[in-house]
Design a protein around this ligand. Structure first.
Ligand SMILES: NC(=O)c1ccc[n+]([C@@H]2O[C@H](COP(=O)([O-])OP(=O)(O)OC[C@H]3O[C@@H](n4cnc5c(N)ncnc54)[C@H](O)[C@@H]3O)[C@@H](O)[C@H]2O)c1
Length: 352
Protein backbone atom coordinates (compact mmCIF):
# COMPACT_ATOMS: atom_id res chain seq x y z
CA UNK A 1 0.00 0.00 0.00
CA UNK A 2 1.25 3.51 -0.81
CA UNK A 3 0.43 6.50 1.39
CA UNK A 4 0.02 9.69 -0.64
CA UNK A 5 1.29 12.79 1.13
CA UNK A 6 1.28 16.53 0.60
CA UNK A 7 3.88 18.81 2.19
CA UNK A 8 3.00 22.33 3.31
CA UNK A 9 6.30 24.25 3.36
CA UNK A 10 9.27 23.06 1.28
CA UNK A 11 11.93 24.38 3.68
CA UNK A 12 14.66 22.39 5.47
CA UNK A 13 12.22 19.73 6.67
CA UNK A 14 10.13 19.59 3.48
CA UNK A 15 13.24 19.22 1.32
CA UNK A 16 14.74 16.57 3.62
CA UNK A 17 11.53 14.57 3.29
CA UNK A 18 11.65 14.93 -0.50
CA UNK A 19 15.27 13.75 -0.61
CA UNK A 20 14.62 10.80 1.72
CA UNK A 21 11.69 9.61 -0.40
CA UNK A 22 13.56 10.10 -3.69
CA UNK A 23 16.32 7.84 -2.37
CA UNK A 24 13.93 5.11 -1.12
CA UNK A 25 11.65 3.81 -3.85
CA UNK A 26 10.19 1.18 -1.50
CA UNK A 27 9.26 3.65 1.29
CA UNK A 28 5.53 3.11 0.79
CA UNK A 29 5.04 6.89 0.56
CA UNK A 30 4.56 9.05 -2.49
CA UNK A 31 4.46 12.88 -2.62
CA UNK A 32 1.47 14.05 -4.64
CA UNK A 33 1.67 17.80 -3.94
CA UNK A 34 3.63 20.53 -2.20
CA UNK A 35 2.56 24.00 -1.17
CA UNK A 36 4.93 26.92 -0.53
CA UNK A 37 5.04 30.66 -1.11
CA UNK A 38 8.06 30.16 -3.38
CA UNK A 39 7.89 29.53 -7.13
CA UNK A 40 8.32 26.00 -8.51
CA UNK A 41 11.68 27.13 -10.00
CA UNK A 42 12.95 28.17 -6.57
CA UNK A 43 11.71 24.94 -5.02
CA UNK A 44 13.57 22.95 -7.69
CA UNK A 45 16.74 24.96 -7.12
CA UNK A 46 16.47 24.46 -3.34
CA UNK A 47 16.33 20.71 -3.90
CA UNK A 48 19.14 20.60 -6.48
CA UNK A 49 21.59 22.67 -4.43
CA UNK A 50 21.96 22.22 -0.67
CA UNK A 51 24.77 23.65 1.42
CA UNK A 52 24.46 20.88 4.01
CA UNK A 53 23.48 17.80 1.98
CA UNK A 54 25.25 18.57 -1.31
CA UNK A 55 23.87 18.12 -4.81
CA UNK A 56 20.58 16.25 -5.25
CA UNK A 57 21.33 12.61 -6.14
CA UNK A 58 19.03 12.62 -9.18
CA UNK A 59 17.15 15.17 -11.25
CA UNK A 60 14.79 17.95 -10.22
CA UNK A 61 13.11 20.28 -12.70
CA UNK A 62 10.21 22.72 -12.56
CA UNK A 63 7.27 22.93 -14.93
CA UNK A 64 4.20 25.12 -14.69
CA UNK A 65 2.60 24.10 -11.37
CA UNK A 66 4.74 21.01 -11.14
CA UNK A 67 8.01 19.79 -9.70
CA UNK A 68 9.50 16.78 -11.41
CA UNK A 69 11.74 14.73 -9.14
CA UNK A 70 13.39 11.77 -10.88
CA UNK A 71 10.52 11.60 -13.41
CA UNK A 72 7.92 11.73 -10.60
CA UNK A 73 5.59 14.72 -11.09
CA UNK A 74 4.46 16.60 -7.97
CA UNK A 75 1.67 19.17 -8.08
CA UNK A 76 2.70 22.61 -6.79
CA UNK A 77 0.38 25.05 -4.97
CA UNK A 78 1.12 28.56 -3.70
CA UNK A 79 -1.31 29.40 -0.93
CA UNK A 80 -0.44 31.33 2.22
CA UNK A 81 -3.42 29.98 4.17
CA UNK A 82 -3.76 26.24 4.83
CA UNK A 83 -7.54 26.25 4.33
CA UNK A 84 -7.07 27.28 0.69
CA UNK A 85 -4.90 24.37 -0.41
CA UNK A 86 -6.95 21.88 -2.50
CA UNK A 87 -5.14 18.74 -1.35
CA UNK A 88 -7.98 16.42 -2.33
CA UNK A 89 -7.72 17.58 -5.97
CA UNK A 90 -4.16 16.24 -5.98
CA UNK A 91 -5.14 12.97 -4.28
CA UNK A 92 -3.37 13.82 -1.01
CA UNK A 93 -4.28 11.63 1.93
CA UNK A 94 -1.85 12.84 4.66
CA UNK A 95 -0.52 16.39 4.94
CA UNK A 96 2.82 17.09 6.59
CA UNK A 97 2.48 20.63 7.95
CA UNK A 98 6.07 21.94 7.77
CA UNK A 99 5.80 25.72 7.41
CA UNK A 100 6.39 26.37 11.12
CA UNK A 101 3.49 28.86 10.85
CA UNK A 102 0.54 26.58 11.57
CA UNK A 103 1.52 24.68 14.69
CA UNK A 104 -1.91 25.06 16.28
CA UNK A 105 -4.02 21.95 15.88
CA UNK A 106 -6.98 24.17 14.88
CA UNK A 107 -5.06 25.70 11.95
CA UNK A 108 -3.57 22.37 10.85
CA UNK A 109 -7.03 20.78 11.01
CA UNK A 110 -8.17 22.97 8.09
CA UNK A 111 -6.05 20.74 5.83
CA UNK A 112 -8.79 18.19 6.57
CA UNK A 113 -11.93 20.32 6.92
CA UNK A 114 -11.20 22.56 3.91
CA UNK A 115 -8.46 20.80 1.94
CA UNK A 116 -9.95 17.32 1.98
CA UNK A 117 -6.95 15.46 3.43
CA UNK A 118 -7.63 12.62 5.87
CA UNK A 119 -4.83 13.14 8.45
CA UNK A 120 -2.23 15.77 9.34
CA UNK A 121 1.25 15.38 10.85
CA UNK A 122 2.60 18.68 12.25
CA UNK A 123 6.40 18.87 11.98
CA UNK A 124 6.83 20.57 15.36
CA UNK A 125 5.66 20.55 18.95
CA UNK A 126 2.13 21.66 18.12
CA UNK A 127 -0.14 23.57 20.47
CA UNK A 128 -3.15 21.28 20.67
CA UNK A 129 -2.85 18.22 18.42
CA UNK A 130 -5.07 15.18 18.97
CA UNK A 131 -1.96 13.27 20.04
CA UNK A 132 1.78 13.66 20.60
CA UNK A 133 3.34 10.52 19.19
CA UNK A 134 7.05 9.92 19.64
CA UNK A 135 8.04 7.03 17.44
CA UNK A 136 9.53 4.19 19.46
CA UNK A 137 8.11 5.47 22.75
CA UNK A 138 4.34 5.99 22.52
CA UNK A 139 3.36 5.73 18.84
CA UNK A 140 1.49 2.58 19.80
CA UNK A 141 -1.13 4.79 21.46
CA UNK A 142 -2.25 6.09 18.06
CA UNK A 143 -5.99 5.66 17.73
CA UNK A 144 -7.26 6.12 14.16
CA UNK A 145 -10.73 6.92 15.46
CA UNK A 146 -9.58 9.76 17.73
CA UNK A 147 -6.37 11.12 16.24
CA UNK A 148 -6.57 13.12 13.02
CA UNK A 149 -3.91 15.77 13.76
CA UNK A 150 -0.75 14.38 15.33
CA UNK A 151 2.62 15.83 16.30
CA UNK A 152 5.90 14.06 17.07
CA UNK A 153 7.07 16.95 19.28
CA UNK A 154 10.46 18.20 18.18
CA UNK A 155 13.76 16.66 17.10
CA UNK A 156 15.17 17.20 20.61
CA UNK A 157 12.12 15.60 22.22
CA UNK A 158 12.57 12.52 20.02
CA UNK A 159 16.28 12.16 20.82
CA UNK A 160 15.72 12.47 24.58
CA UNK A 161 12.64 10.29 24.66
CA UNK A 162 14.18 7.23 23.01
CA UNK A 163 17.11 7.26 25.49
CA UNK A 164 14.65 7.77 28.37
CA UNK A 165 12.52 4.89 27.08
CA UNK A 166 15.44 2.45 27.29
CA UNK A 167 16.48 3.58 30.77
CA UNK A 168 12.89 3.56 32.04
CA UNK A 169 12.04 0.11 30.73
CA UNK A 170 15.32 -1.53 31.73
CA UNK A 171 16.21 0.16 35.04
CA UNK A 172 13.35 2.49 36.09
CA UNK A 173 13.88 6.25 35.78
CA UNK A 174 12.87 9.37 37.72
CA UNK A 175 14.32 12.77 38.68
CA UNK A 176 15.21 13.46 35.04
CA UNK A 177 17.27 16.47 33.97
CA UNK A 178 17.91 17.10 30.25
CA UNK A 179 19.92 19.41 27.99
CA UNK A 180 19.62 19.89 24.26
CA UNK A 181 22.18 21.79 22.18
CA UNK A 182 20.54 22.56 18.86
CA UNK A 183 22.15 23.38 15.50
CA UNK A 184 21.05 26.42 13.49
CA UNK A 185 17.38 26.56 12.51
CA UNK A 186 15.72 28.27 9.55
CA UNK A 187 14.39 31.05 11.77
CA UNK A 188 17.86 31.94 13.13
CA UNK A 189 19.12 35.42 12.30
CA UNK A 190 22.54 36.32 10.85
CA UNK A 191 22.38 39.72 12.55
CA UNK A 192 20.38 40.95 15.54
CA UNK A 193 16.72 41.12 14.48
CA UNK A 194 15.10 41.29 17.90
CA UNK A 195 12.40 43.79 16.96
CA UNK A 196 11.34 41.91 13.83
CA UNK A 197 11.26 38.41 15.27
CA UNK A 198 7.91 36.70 15.63
CA UNK A 199 9.26 34.63 18.51
CA UNK A 200 8.17 35.45 22.07
CA UNK A 201 11.69 35.17 23.44
CA UNK A 202 13.69 38.17 22.12
CA UNK A 203 16.94 36.21 22.44
CA UNK A 204 15.86 34.09 19.47
CA UNK A 205 16.19 37.21 17.32
CA UNK A 206 19.86 37.66 18.29
CA UNK A 207 22.69 37.04 15.78
CA UNK A 208 23.13 33.28 15.75
CA UNK A 209 26.86 33.20 14.88
CA UNK A 210 27.78 35.33 17.88
CA UNK A 211 26.24 33.50 20.83
CA UNK A 212 25.08 30.37 22.57
CA UNK A 213 21.39 31.29 22.84
CA UNK A 214 19.22 29.81 25.61
CA UNK A 215 15.71 28.88 24.51
CA UNK A 216 12.78 28.46 26.94
CA UNK A 217 11.37 25.58 24.94
CA UNK A 218 9.43 23.21 27.22
CA UNK A 219 11.07 20.04 25.92
CA UNK A 220 10.54 18.22 29.22
CA UNK A 221 6.76 18.49 29.15
CA UNK A 222 6.66 16.65 25.84
CA UNK A 223 9.01 13.88 26.95
CA UNK A 224 6.60 13.38 29.85
CA UNK A 225 3.60 13.22 27.52
CA UNK A 226 5.26 10.28 25.76
CA UNK A 227 6.56 8.68 28.98
CA UNK A 228 4.37 9.87 31.86
CA UNK A 229 5.94 7.32 34.24
CA UNK A 230 9.14 9.36 34.55
CA UNK A 231 7.38 12.17 36.45
CA UNK A 232 8.64 15.71 36.80
CA UNK A 233 11.66 16.78 34.73
CA UNK A 234 14.05 19.69 34.48
CA UNK A 235 15.40 20.75 31.12
CA UNK A 236 17.50 23.29 29.25
CA UNK A 237 17.83 24.08 25.56
CA UNK A 238 20.58 26.01 23.77
CA UNK A 239 20.89 27.10 20.15
CA UNK A 240 24.43 27.14 18.72
CA UNK A 241 25.86 28.20 15.32
CA UNK A 242 26.84 24.75 13.98
CA UNK A 243 24.99 24.14 10.69
CA UNK A 244 23.73 20.61 11.37
CA UNK A 245 24.02 17.96 14.10
CA UNK A 246 22.67 18.43 17.63
CA UNK A 247 23.28 17.01 21.09
CA UNK A 248 20.93 15.59 23.76
CA UNK A 249 21.98 14.71 27.30
CA UNK A 250 19.79 13.19 29.97
CA UNK A 251 20.47 12.37 33.59
CA UNK A 252 18.27 10.82 36.26
CA UNK A 253 17.90 8.24 38.97
CA UNK A 254 17.47 4.53 38.29
CA UNK A 255 15.68 2.07 40.64
CA UNK A 256 19.00 0.40 41.53
CA UNK A 257 22.68 1.17 40.99
CA UNK A 258 23.72 0.29 37.42
CA UNK A 259 27.13 0.07 35.75
CA UNK A 260 28.29 1.98 32.65
CA UNK A 261 28.55 -1.37 30.83
CA UNK A 262 24.96 -2.31 31.71
CA UNK A 263 23.60 1.00 30.45
CA UNK A 264 25.57 0.86 27.23
CA UNK A 265 24.62 -2.77 26.64
CA UNK A 266 20.93 -1.91 27.15
CA UNK A 267 21.21 0.89 24.56
CA UNK A 268 23.11 -1.32 22.08
CA UNK A 269 20.51 -4.10 22.46
CA UNK A 270 17.61 -1.69 22.00
CA UNK A 271 19.30 -0.19 18.92
CA UNK A 272 19.79 -3.65 17.41
CA UNK A 273 16.32 -4.84 18.45
CA UNK A 274 13.06 -3.12 19.40
CA UNK A 275 14.25 0.44 18.70
CA UNK A 276 16.03 -0.36 15.42
CA UNK A 277 15.82 2.66 13.11
CA UNK A 278 14.94 5.17 15.85
CA UNK A 279 17.98 4.52 18.06
CA UNK A 280 21.47 3.97 16.65
CA UNK A 281 24.63 3.09 18.58
CA UNK A 282 28.18 4.07 17.71
CA UNK A 283 31.21 3.44 19.97
CA UNK A 284 33.53 5.53 17.77
CA UNK A 285 34.36 8.92 19.37
CA UNK A 286 31.77 11.25 17.85
CA UNK A 287 31.41 15.00 17.22
CA UNK A 288 28.24 16.63 15.98
CA UNK A 289 28.99 16.63 12.23
CA UNK A 290 29.36 12.82 12.32
CA UNK A 291 25.60 12.45 12.77
CA UNK A 292 24.82 14.18 9.45
CA UNK A 293 22.43 12.06 7.33
CA UNK A 294 21.83 9.58 10.16
CA UNK A 295 18.15 8.57 9.95
CA UNK A 296 17.80 7.66 13.65
CA UNK A 297 16.12 9.95 16.20
CA UNK A 298 19.20 9.48 18.37
CA UNK A 299 22.74 8.21 17.81
CA UNK A 300 23.73 6.95 21.25
CA UNK A 301 27.29 7.81 22.32
CA UNK A 302 28.51 5.28 24.92
CA UNK A 303 31.49 7.47 25.82
CA UNK A 304 29.04 9.89 27.47
CA UNK A 305 27.67 7.41 30.00
CA UNK A 306 28.35 8.13 33.68
CA UNK A 307 26.90 6.49 36.78
CA UNK A 308 27.04 7.05 40.54
CA UNK A 309 26.97 4.47 43.32
CA UNK A 310 23.46 5.55 44.41
CA UNK A 311 21.79 4.88 41.02
CA UNK A 312 22.51 8.19 39.30
CA UNK A 313 22.93 7.89 35.51
CA UNK A 314 23.82 10.30 32.69
CA UNK A 315 23.69 9.52 28.95
CA UNK A 316 24.48 11.32 25.70
CA UNK A 317 23.12 11.09 22.17
CA UNK A 318 23.51 12.98 18.89
CA UNK A 319 20.88 13.70 16.28
CA UNK A 320 20.64 15.12 12.79
CA UNK A 321 17.87 17.58 13.66
CA UNK A 322 16.54 17.59 10.09
CA UNK A 323 17.19 14.12 8.71
CA UNK A 324 16.33 12.01 11.76
CA UNK A 325 13.21 14.05 12.50
CA UNK A 326 12.08 13.94 8.84
CA UNK A 327 12.37 10.16 8.92
CA UNK A 328 10.11 10.12 12.01
CA UNK A 329 7.57 12.38 10.26
CA UNK A 330 7.48 9.80 7.48
CA UNK A 331 7.06 6.98 10.01
CA UNK A 332 4.07 8.85 11.42
CA UNK A 333 2.67 9.56 7.95
CA UNK A 334 2.86 5.82 7.24
CA UNK A 335 1.18 5.02 10.56
CA UNK A 336 -1.74 7.45 10.20
CA UNK A 337 -2.01 6.92 6.45
CA UNK A 338 -2.86 3.26 6.67
CA UNK A 339 -6.63 2.93 6.54
CA UNK A 340 -7.69 0.95 9.58
CA UNK A 341 -11.30 0.16 10.34
CA UNK A 342 -10.49 -1.02 13.85
CA UNK A 343 -8.72 1.03 16.51
CA UNK A 344 -5.19 -0.32 17.05
CA UNK A 345 -4.70 1.54 20.33
CA UNK A 346 -2.33 -0.22 22.71
CA UNK A 347 -1.54 1.86 25.75
CA UNK A 348 1.53 0.12 27.05
CA UNK A 349 4.62 -1.06 25.29
CA UNK A 350 7.90 -2.06 26.89
CA UNK A 351 11.23 -2.83 25.28
CA UNK A 352 12.41 -4.77 28.35
N1 LIG B 1 15.04 22.42 10.73
C1 LIG B 1 15.05 21.58 11.77
O1 LIG B 1 16.09 21.09 12.21
C2 LIG B 1 13.74 21.21 12.41
C3 LIG B 1 13.70 20.08 13.23
C4 LIG B 1 12.50 19.73 13.84
C5 LIG B 1 11.38 20.49 13.65
N2 LIG B 1 11.44 21.60 12.85
C6 LIG B 1 10.21 22.38 12.69
O2 LIG B 1 9.69 22.17 11.37
C7 LIG B 1 9.07 23.37 10.91
C8 LIG B 1 9.73 23.80 9.60
O3 LIG B 1 11.10 23.99 9.87
P1 LIG B 1 12.14 24.25 8.67
O4 LIG B 1 13.48 24.19 9.29
O5 LIG B 1 11.83 23.37 7.51
O6 LIG B 1 11.78 25.75 8.32
P2 LIG B 1 12.15 26.57 6.99
O7 LIG B 1 12.07 28.00 7.37
O8 LIG B 1 13.37 26.04 6.37
O9 LIG B 1 10.92 26.21 5.99
C9 LIG B 1 9.65 26.74 6.09
C10 LIG B 1 9.05 26.75 4.69
O10 LIG B 1 7.67 27.12 4.78
C11 LIG B 1 7.39 28.09 3.80
N3 LIG B 1 6.30 28.93 4.30
C12 LIG B 1 6.35 29.88 5.26
N4 LIG B 1 5.13 30.40 5.47
C13 LIG B 1 4.30 29.74 4.65
C14 LIG B 1 2.90 29.83 4.41
N5 LIG B 1 2.11 30.68 5.06
N6 LIG B 1 2.35 28.99 3.50
C15 LIG B 1 3.14 28.11 2.80
N7 LIG B 1 4.47 27.99 2.99
C16 LIG B 1 5.03 28.81 3.89
C17 LIG B 1 8.68 28.87 3.60
O11 LIG B 1 8.71 29.48 2.33
C18 LIG B 1 9.72 27.77 3.75
O12 LIG B 1 10.03 27.16 2.52
C19 LIG B 1 9.23 24.39 12.05
O13 LIG B 1 8.09 24.36 12.86
C20 LIG B 1 10.43 23.86 12.82
O14 LIG B 1 10.41 24.25 14.18
C21 LIG B 1 12.59 21.97 12.21
Amino acid sequence: MTVTIGINGLGRIGRSITRILAANSDSGISIAAVNDLASAEKMAYGLRRDSIRGAFPGTVTARTDQLVVNDHAIRVFHHSRPERIPWADAGVDVVIEATGQFRAGSAARTHISHGGARKVVISASADDPDAFLVYGANHHTYDPDLHDVVSPGSCGVNALTVMAKVLLDRFGLCGVNTSVVLAVQGWAKGQDAVVGTSRDDPRLGRATGESIIPHNYVVGDLVRVALPEIGEMRYSYYCVPTPIGSLAELSGQTDRPVSVEEVNRAMAEAAAGPLRRVLAYDPDPTVSIDVKNNPASCLFDPSGTQVTADGGVKVRGWFDNEWGFSNRLLDLARLVGEPSAVSSRRVSWSIA
